[in-house]
Design a protein around this ligand. Structure first.
Ligand code: NAP
Length: 314
């Protein structure tokens, strides 16, 4: 029987593991498996340079930062296993988490399964990932590759608006490509984008292909007009997918409270879910900030909530 089992391997999970380990809980962290879509360590494993995590004045690569966070938690007795939860049972104590055919029992569970950025699904997106393709302008927008260059943002929601406005700080020009003739984003954000002199909106357009080569990475996109089907090429050095995120909560449907987009709902100012002993932290319950540092902060909160809750059960 585990005292605390953590599902996830990103900054929220590792920070929760660090705090639980320092509270002598010897937590077990199921950090995920190596698959073609995801690596243990979460979204940062596909981020080249992290410049906004406090404590790394020169910046750090995403994988190096995750290795540091994991090592720090292991130093105090946290255990990590390359396993993915495949089902959970939270109806009675002890809580149960299954990874394929192995069942783990735990007194408390911290869910830090994160979210997955959505991509259009083009092969060229994968080909040029980190070579001009990104799903996080906040993470990557300031990289030298994009400075004073033309970049493209795909999407018409608040994320696309926020990302394109942020990119105007670095890029020479930003093209927002949206498949309809109206944004889904709030009017205020949409208006800011429409009225910005460094942004052009390509209405009724989709990206059909990302163009580039191995040496330079992204060099352009092929656009298709959704009304006329005509195609055109737009030269650019960057392509940012901003068509939303999907929280990784399929396992918890009908078990835990979630909002209409599938994000876990935690009680205000805490990481408590609706099931006693189950806590949630990081991007799986945060659709607003979605930063490594906010995920780490909420991982700390989950560890403190879980350890205090366990003390209360004794
Ligand atoms: P979203 O609101 O779901 O918007 C996704 C956008 O991507 C939509 O415009 C959608 O087009 C487009 N899209 C989706 N799939 C596509 C595809 N396959 N091809 C082309 N376009 C596609 O997602 P979000 O912008 O990430 O926002 C998620 C939530 O977080 C929202 O509630 C949002 O308000 C909130 N948020 C708030 C802020 C803020 O207030 N500062 C910032 C970011 C996010 P359609 O419009 O045609 O469906």
């Amino acid at each position: 029987m585990e005292k605390i089992l953590i599902i996830g391997g990103g900054p929220a999970a590792c920070t929760a593991a660090l705090y639980c380990a320092r509270a002598d809980m010897a937590p077990l962290c199921m950090e995920g498996e190596f698959t073609s879509e995801m690596l243990p360590g979460g979204q940062l494993m596909t981020t080249t340079e992290v410049e906004n995590f406090p404590g790394y004045p020169e910046g750090v690569s995403g994988p190096d930062m995750m290795a540091d966070l994991k090592k720090q938690a292991q130093r105090f007795g946290a255990r990590f296993e390359y396993k993915s939860a495949t089902s959970v049972a939270f109806s009675d104590a002890p809580l149960k988490v299954t990874a394929k055919d192995e069942v783990f029992e735990a007194q408390a569970v911290i869910i830090a399964t994160g979210a997955t950025a959505k991509y259009l699904g083009l092969e060229s997106e994968q080909q040029f990932l980190n070579k001009g393709v990104s799903a996080c302008a906040t993470c990557d927008g300031a990289l030298p590759r994009f400075r004073n260059q033309t970049v493209v943002v795909v999407g018409g929601g608040d994320s696309a608006m926020e990302e394109s406005l942020f990119l105007t700080n670095f890029a020479a020009h930003v093209h927002v490509v949206h498949r309809r003739d109206q944004f889904r984003a709030s009017k205020i954000m949409g208006d800011r984008v429409i009225n910005h002199d460094k942004i052009t909106v390509e209405w009724n357009s989709v990206v059909d292909e990302i163009l580039g080569n191995d040496e330079d990475g992204v060099t352009g996109v092929r656009l298709r007009d959704t009304k006329t089907d005509e195609t055109s090429e737009l030269a650019c050095a960057g392509y940012f997918s901003a068509i939303g995120h999907k929280p990784n909560t399929d396992l918890f449907v009908d078990l835990l409270d979630m909002d209409e987009a599938g994000y876990l709902i935690t009680k205000p100012d805490s990481t408590y879910t609706n099931v006693p002993g189950v806590f949630a932290c990081g991007d799986v319950q945060d659709k607003t900030y979605r930063q490594a540092i906010t995920a780490a902060g909420s991982g700390c909160m989950a560890a403190l909530d879980a350890t205090r809750w366990l003390e209360g059960q004794a």
